[in-house]
Design a protein. Structure first.
Lengths: 282, 315
């Protein structure tokens, strides 16, 4: 992909790559065939069964932020610091992911307003290498927080990740404390930090910034947990309970404040922002 | 009885031969005495070269060695006293993570760490060093206490990872780990963390987000176990040695990447061959670090800690 195409594709509107080329989309839950245009207009939620499908970074930013928001430049980080290679080179995996995405990595940040309230919104894109957290994700998260600190606005982060990016080894693990430095700074500055957990959010992402929100929202049916279900089953050799690690289950166990339908997310966030006005720095 | 790892087999054979000769050497036979001397030198050399050339996967085995010293061994060898403090005040007491008041070379500290156990019974009691939410929440409570009463925090990290279980998830394993990491980062007192065995993923980070991070020479620290990484990326756990190599899990690699600050020497043949010397080396290293950190005020300490993690990934 030429740099021009990449720039064009990184524009918030009309990024072709997130629009299905197919006329019909099959709901992964109820198998209903949905007119793709309708699915997109319904924010990738199945109109028949309410299944919340995966939504790209741009579509998410466009949904949550008022038009005309500022898309932050993707941070430049050391690429493939370990020269990692499994069955494929990490650099090749990155190339493949970038060819399919409008973005350079799995975390994008928009700064603007939500129904008129100032907000910086960070979005993790599961479609980019399973949303995995490496240095680029950690750095983008931090830059979003820095922007919120500078603008004295709320920071809202929509999470989605299979976990840490193994190809960056320990450096991906170090993104956990790194991101946590910034959530602490937001708190010290008296700024709200709100997390929206989307499907799926697991591993090191959950065990750091995804669980540190002042208000924790989850999308219906989202898988949210620390350990993977297969690992748990192999360890304890017991049947997992129904709905285990789903948003509603977490809500029942006191781990999230609210489970919110995607169509209501924008207005709910606006209401929360009305209550959580930036306080004076501690 | 030393239990030998697969790659130590040649050393094991030599040491067995030495033991045999010793048993019959009592009659003062000069030839046997000379042969013994020769074999002992050979065995020591072999052990040294073996340990000087350990692969990342072999180091992983050493870090997990059943006889490797654990938290309780270091407590006994390094600290003048230890008063364990229990419970998270919310749910229960988790013995996978121990903590309490301790004195290190005359300095009062808050000591926290994972304990894996050393036999079947104690391994079960300590849940193999795999902490549950209540363990991490106890650590948070103790860190906050340390902060209020100006006790430096010393952690000994040794876990394959936080416990993966239904109840751990229900009680918020992820949140507990995240909050424990947050508690480390907010400490107004010095914090020195040492990876003494396995530093397994988030369960390790939760006790290792310190301004000074040390590692024993044969310890490993990684985002996922080599077996786990191999089964995901290579689709077979048998590629664990390759995964250990690719992920860069050794103290030497991590020092080069700037993720850890200092490597603490182990005796030749690994910590388990001489726990006393290992503990003495560790005690001296931690004390030195605390001496230096005690010169800084709480603002400087926090900033130093924050900057160390923010710098990762930046040029
Ligand atoms: Zn459906």
């Amino acid at each position: 992909m030429s740099w021009l195409n990449r720039v064009r594709n990184s524009l918030p509107f009309g990024s072709k790559r997130e629009t299905s080329d197919h006329l019909w989309t099959k709901c992964p839950n109820c198998s209903q065939m949905i007119f793709s245009k309708e699915y997109e207009e319904n924010l990738y939620v199945c109109p028949r069964c309410d299944y919340h499908g995966r939504i790209g970074a741009d579509a998410r930013l466009n949904q949550l932020l008022d038009a005309g928001y500022d898309l932050l430049a993707q941070p430049v980080v050391k690429e493939d610091p370990l020269k990692f290679r499994d069955s494929k080179r990490y650099t090749d995996r990155l190339k493949q992911a970038r060819a399919k995405s409008a973005h350079n990595d799995a975390f994008s940040v928009g700064a603007g307003t939500i129904e008129g309230r100032k907000a910086v919104v960070g979005v993790q894109d599961f479609m980019f290498m399973a949303g995995s957290m490496g240095m680029a994700v950690g750095e983008a998260f931090c830059q979003g927080a820095e922007r919120a600190l500078r603008d004295r606005s709320a920071y809202i982060v929509v999470t989605a990740a299979g976990g840490a990016r193994m190809q960056e080894g320990i450096l991906s693990l170090m993104q956990m404390p790194k991101a946590t430095v910034m959530t602490r700074r937001l708190r010290e500055a008296g700024l709200p930090y709100i997390v929206v957990l989307s499907d799926p959010t697991t591993g090191g992402v959950t065990a750091s910034y995804a669980m540190l929100g002042d208000v924790q929202i989850a999308e219906p049916g989202a898988l949210i947990g620390f350990a993977g279900q297969r690992v748990i089953q192999e360890t304890i050799r017991e049947q997992l309970p129904d709905g285990f690690q789903r948003a509603e289950y977490l809500h029942k166990h006191g781990m999230v404040d609210r489970v919110v339908h995607r169509k209501d997310l924008r207005s709910e966030l606006a209401t929360i922002l009305d209550y959580l006005q930036p306080a004076h720095a501690a | 009885m030393t239990s030998y790892l697969e790659f130590e087999k040649p050393v094991a054979a030599l040491e067995a031969r030495i033991a045999e000769l010793r048993a019959i050497a009592d009659n003062g036979d000069l030839d046997i005495a000379q042969e013994l001397q020769r074999l002992e030198r050979k065995s020591a050399d072999l052990l040294e070269t073996t340990y000087a050339n350990l692969s990342p996967w072999q180091k992983t085995q050493v870090a997990r060695h059943p006889q490797r010293p654990h938290f309780r061994d270091y407590v006994a060898e390094m600290f003048d006293d230890f008063m364990p403090l229990g419970g998270d005040r919310l749910y229960g007491e988790d013995e996978a993570i121990l903590g309490g008041f301790a004195t290190l070379n005359g300095r009062k500290v808050m000591l926290i760490g994972h304990e894996k156990g050393h036999d079947t019974q104690s391994r079960i009691r300590h849940n193999f060093g795999m902490g549950k939410p209540e363990g991490y929440r106890k650590a948070i409570r103790l860190m906050e206490l340390a902060g209020r009463f100006e006790l430096p925090v010393v952690t000994l990290v040794d876990t394959s990872g936080a416990f993966p279980g239904i109840e751990a998830e229900e009680r918020g394993q992820a949140e507990a780990i995240a909050r424990s990491t947050e508690a480390c980062l907010g400490l107004p007192v010095p914090m020195v963390a040492t990876i003494v065995g396995e530093g397994g993923s988030g369960g390790a980070v939760a006790l290792a987000s310190a301004e000074r991070v040390l590692m024993l020479e044969n310890a490993v620290y990684s985002v996922i176990s080599p077996e786990g990484c191999a089964s995901i990326l290579w689709r077979t756990g048998e590629k664990a040695p390759a995964a250990a190599e690719a992920m860069k899990v050794t103290a030497q690699d991590l020092a080069e990447l700037g993720v850890i600050d200092r490597i603490v020497k182990e005796p030749i043949g690994g910590a388990h061959r001489d726990p006393k010397t290992t503990a003495a080396n560790l005690s001296a290293a931690i004390s030195e670090e605390l001496d230096a950190l005690s010169q800084m005020d709480s603002g400087q300490l926090k900033l130093m800690r924050e900057e160390r993690f923010l710098a990762i990934g930046r040029f």
